[in-house]
Design a protein around this ligand. Structure first.
Ligand code: SF4
Length: 612
C-alpha cells in the first residue's frame, strides 16, 4: 500500500447489490494525486459520454486526498463529484467535517457508486464491513434529522453524510450534508444520490494511515500549525469565521444585493460577523484537525422559530441576506437551517429565490405561480416558503428546482438577463462588475460560476478595478494553486488566511507519501487536472465553447445600484478581452477549447479524441 493513502477504492453497484474493493492504482496516484484528480480521471474512464446524470448508469464519486486525515492543519476535506445534474458538465463539491478522515481511516481513497436501488437505502462502511441497508422511515426526513436518527442507531462514532427531501425529489441544486451543517453544496450532487435512492453514507474507520516519514511529517505539520497560531488574523478568524468578510465586501461594493442589481446592502451591519456573534453564535465548530474553526454553531430564535444551525457563513449571508435583501441575521440563520434540513445548496438556493423575487416584482410571475405568496425583496417569510417549495417541487418551486438557467428559459420575457449563472451554475457571493479578475474567475471556473477555484477580488483592488490587463494571468495562477488543496484533501484557508506556504504542503506530501514531487510538479499536475475538467465539458456538451463562459447580460449592460460601486459596469468588449487573454495564456483556441498541442504537452494525448 502506498504511504499517505487509504490504499483502496470501494465500488458499489447499487442495482446488483455488488460490493468490491480494489487497490488504488499506483498510476492513478502518480498522475492525479488524489480527490479531485481521482474523480475527473474516473469520470473520463468510466462514465459513458452522454449519460443522463440522474440515470442508474451515472456515477457518484467521493474521494479523499493524500493529506486527508494526517497531521497537517485542516486535513479534513473531501471532494465529491459526478456529471452535474444542473449543468450537464463537470460537477464537483468540496466538504469538510469528520467524514473525510473517517473514510481514509477505514482504508479507502475513493467510493464509486453506480446503478440504483429499487427502494431507498443507506450505505454503511464499517472498516472492511460494507453493507447496503433499507432506509425505511429515513426516506422523507430532513438531512439533519436523518443524521441524528442514524447516529442513534449506529453509534456516535459513525460519520454520516445525508441528503434531504430535495435530493430525494431530484432537485438540481440538492446538496449533501454532514456533521449537522457541513455541505457538499454545489452542482446538485445530492440529486445524484437521490436518483440512486441512497439516503446516507455512514462511515467508521479504525485503521491507521501509513506514512512514509512520520517524524518528518510531524516536524513540517508542527511548523504549519505554528504559522496558524501566531498569525495576527488567527483571532479574528476564530471569532467571526467567513462572516468577517461581510462588512468589507459591502465597503468595497462587492456584496450581491437584490439579485445582483447592486453591490452594497444598506442593512449590512445587521447581518455582519460581529452582529452574528452577538445575536446567535453559541460556540466555534471545526473540521477534523483544524485550528482555525471557521464554523460557528448558532441558535436562532424568535416567536416563529427556534432552531440550531451551523452558520451562516459568508456565502449564505451574501446569497440569502444581501441577494434576497433579508436584513436580520436571525432570519438568514433560519433560512440556512431550512436549506440544510431540506437539503438545498444555500448559494444556488439564495440566487434562485432572488431571481424569482425579481421575476415577481417585474410581473413575469404572479401569485398563481407561487401558490399565493407575494414575493418581495426583504420579506423573510417568502424566502422560507420558497426554500420548502423548491425542495418539495411545489408550484413554481418545481421549475425553480431545475435551476435559474432552465427557469429563465422557460419563463422568458427577458428574465435570462438576470438569471445570475455561468455554465448553468448560479453565481456565488461576490458582485464582480467592478472586479474583472473575479468576474473572469467565475466565467472560467470549471464547475460554473463558483469562487472556490479562484478568488481574485483583492487582486482587482490592488491592480485596478476597471482594467482587464494582467487579470487572466492571476486567475490562471489561482486556478492551479487553490484546487491543489482540494486534490491533496486539505482546506485552503490556512494558506489563504494564515499564510501557510504552498511549499509546506509540498513538503508534507513528500513526507507522507515518499513521492518526490516539488511544488512546481504538484502545480503542474493541478494544471493537467484543470484541462481534464475542461475536456469533460467538451465531451459532454455538444457545441461547448466560449458562449458557456459568458456572463448574463446584467453584468455588461446594467449599471450597479447603490454604495461605493454605484454606476459601475464592465463593458462587453472588456468581458471579451478577459476571455481572449485567458484562452491565449491557457493554450486554448479562441472558442475556449484546449488545443491538441496543449493536451499533448500535459500528457493528455488520450483525451484528444474527444475534441471531435
Ligand atoms: Fe473547516 Fe473552516 Fe477549518 Fe477549513 S477553516 S477546515 S472549512 S473549520
Amino acid at each position: 500500500m502506498k504511504p499517505g493513502y487509504g490504499g483502496r477504492i470501494l465500488r458499489i453497484d447499487l442495482s446488483e447489490g455488488k460490493i468490491t474493493k480494489e487497490p488504488t492504482p499506483d498510476a492513478l496516484i502518480k498522475d492525479y494525486l488524489g480527490a479531485r484528480g481521482f474523480i475527473v480521471r474516473t469520470l473520463h474512464d468510466e462514465l459513458s459520454p452522454g449519460t443522463d446524470p440522474l440515470s442508474p448508469e451515472a456515477l457518484f464519486i467521493t474521494a479523499t486526498g493524500p493529506l486527508t486525515g494526517l497531521f497537517v492543519p485542516s486535513s479534513g476535506k473531501i471532494q465529491s463529484g459526478g456529471k452535474s445534474p444542473i449543468t450537464g458538465g463537470y460537477g464537483e463539491a468540496n466538504s469538510g467535517g469528520h467524514f473525510p478522515a473517517e473514510l481514509k481511516l477505514a482504508g479507502y481513497d475513493m467510493i464509486v457508486l453506480t446503478g440504483a436501488r429499487d427502494k431507498p437505502c443507506y450505505i454503511v462502511v464499517d472498516d472492511d464491513d460494507v453493507r447496503i441497508e433499507d432506509a425505511g422511515e429515513l426516506w422523507g426526513k430532513g438531512s439533519i434529522t436523518a443524521e441524528e436518527m442514524l447516529k442513534k442507531n449506529l453509534g456516535e462514532d459513525f460519520q454520516i453524510a445525508t441528503i434531504g427531501p430535495a435530493g430525494e425529489n431530484l432537485v438540481k441544486i440538492a446538496c449533501i450534508t454532514h456533521d449537522f451543517g457541513r455541505q457538499a453544496g454545489r452542482t446538485g450532487l445530492g440529486a445524484i444520490l437521490g436518483s440512486k435512492k441512497v439516503k446516507a453514507i455512514c462511515v467508521r474507520g479504525t485503521r491507521t494511515i501509513p506514512v512514509h516519514d512520520i517524524d518528518g511529517l510531524i516536524e513540517v505539520g508542527r511548523r504549519m500549525y505554528q504559522q496558524c497560531f501566531t498569525n495576527p488574523a488567527f483571532e479574528l478568524w476564530q471569532t467571526y469565521g467567513t462572516s468577517a468578510v461581510v462588512n468589507w465586501a459591502n465597503r468595497i461594493g462587492a456584496f450581491p444585493t437584490r439579485n445582483f442589481q447592486g453591490g452594497y446592502f444598506e442593512q449590512f451591519t445587521n447581518i455582519s460577523g460581529p452582529r452574528m456573534r452577538k445575536d446567535i453564535v453559541l460556540i466555534n465548530k471545526a473540521c477534523f484537525s483544524c485550528a482555525m474553526c471557521c464554523g460557528k454553531y448558532s441558535r436562532t430564535t424568535t416567536d416563529d422559530y427556534d432552531v440550531h444551525v451551523e452558520g451562516p457563513e459568508y456565502e449564505t449571508t451574501a446569497m440569502i441576506g444581501g441577494d434576497c435583501a433579508l436584513g436580520s441575521i436571525k432570519d438568514i440563520a433560519y433560512a440556512n437551517y431550512l436549506c440544510d434540513e431540506y437539503g438545498i445548496d444555500t448559494i444556488s438556493g439564495g440566487s434562485i429565490i432572488a431571481f424569482a423575487i425579481e421575476c415577481f416584482e417585474k410581473g413575469i410571475i404572479d401569485e398563481k405561480d407561487t401558490g399565493g405568496i407575494k414575493l418581495k425583496f426583504g420579506d423573510a417569510k417568502g424566502v422560507f416558503e420558497m426554500v420548502k417549495k423548491i425542495a418539495l417541487r411545489q408550484d413554481i418551486g418545481d421549475l425553480l428546482a431545475e435551476g435559474a438557467t432552465k427557469a429563465s428559459r422557460t419563463l422568458g420575457k427577458g428574465s435570462e438577463r438576470f438569471a445570475m449563472q455561468m455554465k448553468g451554475l448560479e453565481q456565488s457571493g461576490y458582485e464582480s462588475r467592478r472586479a474583472p479578475a473575479m468576474l473572469l474567475s467565475y466565467m472560467t471556473s470549471d464547475i460554473g460560476a463558483h469562487h472556490r477555484p479562484s478568488w481574485a477580488v483583492t487582486h482587482d483592488l490592488a491592480t485596478g478595478r476597471d482594467s482587464v490587463e494582467g487579470k487572466a494571468e492571476k486567475v490562471i495562477e489561482l486556478q492551479h494553486t487553490r484546487p491543489l488543496f482540494d486534490t491533496l484533501g486539505v482546506c485552503r484557508l490556512p494558506w489563504i488566511e494564515m499564510q501557510v506556504p504552498v511549499s509546506d504542503y509540498a513538503e508534507a506530501y513528500r513526507k507522507a507519501t515518499g513521492i518526490d514531487y516539488s511544488e512546481e510538479e504538484l502545480l503542474g499536475i493541478s494544471e493537467k487536472i484543470w484541462n481534464l475538467t475542461r475536456m469533460f465539458w467538451v465531451r459532454e456538451i455538444p457545441g461547448f465553447g466560449r458562449a458557456y463562459d459568458f456572463p448574463p447580460a446584467r453584468i455588461y449592460e446594467e449599471k450597479l445600484k447603490g454604495g461605493t460601486t454605484d454606476g459601475g459596469i464592465l463593458e462587453r468588449d472588456k468581458v471579451e478581452a478577459l476571455l481572449d487573454d485567458y484562452y491565449k495564456l491557457r493554450g486554448w483556441n479562441q472558442n475556449g477549447i484546449p488545443t491538441p498541442e496543449k493536451l499533448k504537452s500535459l500528457g493528455l494525448d488520450w483525451v484528444i479524441k474527444d475534441l471531435k
